[in-house]
Design a protein around this ligand. Structure first.
Ligand SMILES: [Zn+2]
Length: 187
C-alpha cells in the first residue's frame, strides 16, 4: 500500500480506538494536545516500511534505514511483525519512560505501527505477524496501487472525515437540532 493509504488508515484506526475506548486517551481529538497524536500515528504507520530503501520513511530516517538494510532484512520481514514492532518502538518507550516524550506520542506510534500491519494484511502478500515464523497472514485482497486500493483509500478518507465531523458535534446538531436547554417548569 502507498504511504498515503497507510497514513489515512493509521488515523482511522486511532479514531476508532479513541472513540470506542474513550477513556483510553481521555483527550479532545480536536484539542491542541491531540495535535501531537496525529503526526505520531502517521510516523508509526509508516515506520514498518523502513525496510524499503526508497520508502517515504526511509528517506526521512536514512541512518536507521541503512542499518536495517545492512542487517539484510528483506521487505515484509521483521519490521512487519509484532516482534519488529516491539523492537522499533522500544526506543520511543524509553523516551516516554524518562519523560522525554509525552505518553500520547508513544501511544500514537504504537497504534500507527499496528495499523500498518493490519493494512498490509489486506494485501495478497500478507505479513509475517509472528516472525521469525515465516507464515504470512493475509485476510483480504487489495493489491498495492490497484483500483481496489483507490476505492479503499477513498472509503477510509470519508470515514476519517465523518469521525472528525462527529467529534465537532455537527452530526448531533443535524440530528437533534440546537440544544436550547429549555427547562419547562411544571406546577
Ligand atoms: Zn508495509
Amino acid at each position: 500500500m502507498t504511504y498515503q493509504t497507510h497514513s489515512i488508515f493509521g488515523i482511522l484506526t486511532m479514531l476508532v480506538i479513541t472513540k470506542s475506548i474513550g477513556s483510553f486517551f481521555a483527550i479532545d481529538l480536536l484539542s491542541l494536545e491531540a495535535l501531537l497524536l496525529y503526526p505520531a500515528v502517521i510516523v508509526g504507520a509508516l515506520l514498518p516500511d523502513i525496510d524499503i530503501e526508497n520508502s517515504k520513511i526511509s528517506s526521512n530516517l536514512k541512518p536507521i534505514a541503512k542499518i536495517i538494510n545492512w542487517l539484510g532484512f528483506k521487505h515484509r520481514g521483521l519490521t512487519h511483525s509484532l516482534l519488529g514492532g516491539i523492537i522499533l518502538n522500544l526506543p520511543f518507550y524509553a523516551l516516554y519512560r524518562y519523560d522525554l516524550i509525552p505518553k500520547i506520542i508513544f501511544t500514537g506510534l504504537v497504534i500507527g505501527y499496528l495499523s500498518h500491519l493490519l493494512a498490509d494484511m489486506l494485501n495478497p502478500t500478507g505479513v509475517p505477524l509472528f516472525y521469525p515464523f515465516r507464515k504470512k497472514f493475509s485476510i483480504f485482497i487489495i493489491p498495492t496501487s490497484s483500483k481496489a486500493e483507490a476505492v479503499f483509500k477513498a472509503g477510509i478518507t470519508i470515514a476519517v472525515i465523518v469521525l472528525l465531523v462527529d467529534d465537532l458535534g455537527i452530526i448531533n446538531i443535524l440530528k437533534w437540532g440546537p440544544n436550547l436547554n429549555v427547562n419547562i417548569k411544571r406546577s
